[in-house]
Design a protein around this ligand. Structure first.
Ligand code: AMP
Length: 208
């Protein structure tokens, strides 16, 4: 009886595939998240995308977020964590989540662990796209021309986002390293090759 309970309990803990897709701005998280979502049927939660939808819709949250995003600063943790949780709550029985652009601080990482624990699940692994700063600056300016994203058009805002990443966000790698869940992936090269590296890492984790 006890074994049966334990089996059901562990199955529930491990059955979702929850990925943190990590990396500096311009590292290709959005591009790769779209491909991973398709392959593994995951729910894609991009805090940047949710903020942009709110900005377009001129909601209160959007107005608040815009004041930070335009300067290349992080939106405060309380706001971001609350928003992420209410978006995740909309999905009652997903195959898993892919968190794109979240967590961006240790406090967000801790809140995410607590939230998933409350759902009897946990982060499977963090996949971190590693791209050097010169390449990031080039990619972001190019994206600014194509997408019209204001925060991708001003070199000072771009540099601020990279600095904020190095100072406040990169330490989250340590958080997942301590849990044995961190995996760095070379984010420079052909999109399909990078995708293959991500899939290999996921499959090694899930089957290994
Ligand atoms: P992204 O699309 O992920 O590059 O995010 C665009 C901007 O949204 C960032 O530069 C931040 O200002 C804000 N943002 C997105 N995700 C977060 C987060 N997890 N915490 C705080 N701010 C965020």
């Amino acid at each position: 009886m006890q074994e049966a309970f334990l089996f059901i309990f562990t199955r529930k803990i491990t059955s979702m595939l929850n990925i943190v897709l990590f990396g500096p701005p311009g590292s290709g998280k959005g591009t790769q998240a779209a491909k991973l979502v398709e392959k593994y049927q995951l729910i894609h939660l991009s805090t940047g995308d949710i903020f942009r939808t709110n900005i377009k819709g001129e909601t209160e949250l959007g107005k608040l977020a815009k004041s930070y995003i335009d300067k290349g600063q992080l939106v405060p943790d309380e706001v971001t964590i609350g928003m992420l949780q209410s978006e995740a709550d909309k999905h009652t029985n997903p195959a898993g989540f892919i968190f794109d652009g979240f967590p961006r601080t240790i406090q967000q990482a801790e809140a995410l662990d607590k939230y998933l624990n409350g759902r009897n699940t946990s982060i499977t692994m963090m996949l971190s796209l590693e791209v050097n700063e010169d390449e990031l600056r080039k990619r972001l300016l190019l994206r600014g021309k194509d997408s019209g994203r204001a925060d991708d058009q001003d070199p000072a805002v771009i540099q601020n986002r990279i600095d904020v990443y190095n100072r406040d966000t990169a330490p989250a790698k340590e958080f997942y390293t301590k849990q044995n869940k961190y995996k760095g992936i070379n984010g420079v090269g052909a999109i399909d090759d990078i995708f293959q590296s991500l899939c290999n890492a996921i499959e090694a984790r899930v089957n290994g």
